[in-house]
Design a protein around this ligand. Structure first.
Ligand code: TNX
Length: 533
């Protein structure tokens, strides 16, 4: 049998253990059946997906079958739930010449085992794949393994978002942070405020280049209906991915202000922004109507997104309007907020505003995530902090008792260039986050005290789309950097090895090619971008 038809469990992310078993290979052919526990809908779907994956990659069709108990029937791949598997998302694959078992404590764990088996199979039409006898096991290092997608600066349809979820699935990720509102557009239908999407969903043009004075003058926009959102949430849940919607506030709100100018300090008029960056116009924190608006919007958001977390932004929120706004100043007086040390009264007003929203979400059983600017405005420790201006704010947040998700611009902004030689690259935001830099990132700083480390929930790469206009460009920016991130999310630092990762990468890329995904081929080459700077 040609080597080409033999599975190799050294995939990306690399499993924690691959222990050979002295036995012959298991022959995967269309005679095999995938067994799953009778009556378990998640496992039934897992089985169907495994069957689809194998068929997509090899053309071998396997049928699936519900069974009463795990039986390791000869010739079968059995999916089973086993409480002895260490962690909720961990898995164990046992291959002997007779049978294959993929076990997890939960269906999610089994699903990650399925992903590993899927990636171990060589891509190409065949009627038989040999699976070497072995026990393979893994547990992810972090519970939060995220990717972010900005669907505001440029809008991407349902199919693109689903494909993004497919790509996340292949990389063992479980959280999509979905950026849905910003100055340049409002992308989620809110029934109580229809103008948000109808008016706020459209801008009159888009600046060319990096905020050049030239505007393309082309009306641009779109939004997701609530039905579409439900469809995407379901699609993600079927792949054990929780979507965290972001409604960015009080800044990055010009699209909403255009639709409802009375929610701003000046009353407008406003225009959905056609530039990139940070604007002074934000929600008015002195107006009770604004808080009502936010609660109403969040009511609908909570209906659509069942996950615990709602992201409420909080970044890049200049307070110059608040300084001049009589209502905001009145609120500051009423609350007795006083400038203290580094914190202005207006910063504390943002803290108050955020706390109001946070409490509202908490009473509905939800938790808040916000950007690291929130650390500067006295929010309480139940807010989870997303550290983007480096890893230091996150480390500080952890010291103060906040849970933290690491998304530092350097190296986890995938809207940044992935090489220093940018002349032949698609336009990007700036920066230089090479594959190597992503791979070497450790979300837990070495000097973080042991009793604070549990606050680092995980890591996520962000994909802002000011300069990303179409799906191939999204894929180019994330692939193969997502592969490096997957090892950051799954492996302990001692188990990481960049050269070994690069040697495993081409087989993963075969799968990218098979699905027609765009990726940066130059990142596969060994060159000076691989050196640590
Ligand atoms: C900063 S990250 C932003 C975004 C931009 C991004 C570009 C963050 C919280 N705010 O609004 O799109 O930089 O890289």
């Amino acid at each position: 049998m040609a080597q080409g038809n033999r599975a190799d469990y050294r995939v990306v992310p690399l499993p924690d253990r691959i222990d050979g078993i002295k036995d012959g290979d298991f022959k995967l052919t269309s005679d095999c059946v995938i067994d799953y526990p009778l009556g378990n809908r998640d496992m039934e779907r897992n089985a169907a997906m495994l069957s689809d994956y194998i068929e997509e990659l090899t053309d071998i069709h396997l049928s699936t079958r519900p069974v009463n108990s795990a039986n390791n029937n000869k010739g079968c791949i059995t999916l089973s739930l086993d409480s002895r598997v260490k962690s909720d998302e961990g898995y164990r694959i046992t291959v002997t010449s007779r049978a294959v078992e993929i076990a997890g404590k939960t269906p999610a764990g089994v699903f990650y085992g399925i992903q590993t088996l899927r990636k171990s199979i060589p891509v190409g039409k065949t009627d038989q794949v040999l699976l070497p006898a072995a026990q393979v096991a893994s547990t992810p290092r972090f519970g939060y393994r995220g990717m972010h997608l900005d669907c505001v600066r440029h809008f991407f349809g349902v199919e693109t978002v689903k494909r993004y979820l497919d790509i996340m699935t292949l990389h063992g990720m479980n959280r999509l942070h979905w950026h849905l509102t910003d100055d340049q557009g409002w992308r989620i239908e809110i029934k109580k405020y229809p103008r948000l999407a109808e008016v706020g969903g459209w801008r009159n043009g888009t600046t060319l280049g990096h905020n050049s004075p030239v505007n393309d003058g082309i009306r641009y926009g779109g939004y997701y209906t609530q039905e579409e959102i439900k469809e995407i949430v379901r699609y993600a849940a079927d792949r054990y991915i929780t979507i965290i919607p972001e409604i960015d506030m009080p800044g990055h709100m010009v699209a909403a202000l255009t639709a409802y100018p009375e929610l701003g300090c000046t009353g407008g008029p406003y225009e959905v922004w056609s530039l990139w960056g940070v604007t002074d116009d934000i929600l008015c924190a002195g107006n009770d109507q604004t808080l009502q608006f936010v609660n109403d919007v969040l009511d609908e958001v909570m209906q659509l997104f069942p996950g615990t977390y709602i992201h409420i932004g909080g970044d890049e929120s200049p307070r110059v309007r608040w300084q001049e706004c009589p209502r905001c100043q009145q609120r500051i007086m009423d609350l007795g907020l006083k400038t203290s040390g580094q914190q202005s009264a207006e910063a504390l007003l943002q803290g108050w505003f955020t706390t109001q929203v946070q409490q509202y979400l908490n009473t509905h059983g939800r938790r808040v995530i916000g950007w690291d600017e929130l650390l500067g405005c006295d929010v309480d420790a139940t807010a989870t902090i997303m550290s983007w201006r480096g890893s230091e704010p996150g480390a500080q947040g952890a010291m103060q008792g906040h849970d933290v998700i690491m998304t530092p611009v350097d190296p986890l902004y995938f809207d940044y260039y992935q090489t220093s030689k940018t002349w032949n690259e698609p336009t990007a935001f700036g920066g230089c986050n090479t594959l190597k830099k992503v791979y070497d990132f450790d979300p837990v700083a070495p000097d973080l005290p042991a009793d604070k480390r549990h606050h680092i929930l995980g890591a996520q790469a962000n994909v802002w789309t000011e300069y990303i206009t179409c799906e191939p460009q999204i894929q180019y920016q994330i692939l193969p950097r997502m592969a490096a991130l997957a090892e950051v999310q799954w492996l302990e630092p001692v188990d990481k090895n960049y050269q070994d990762f690069k040697a495993r990468l081409p087989r993963l890329v075969e799968i990218y090619k098979h699905y027609g995904w765009t990726y940066r081929a130059k990142s596969l080459i060994q060159d000076d971008e691989d050196k640590t700077d």
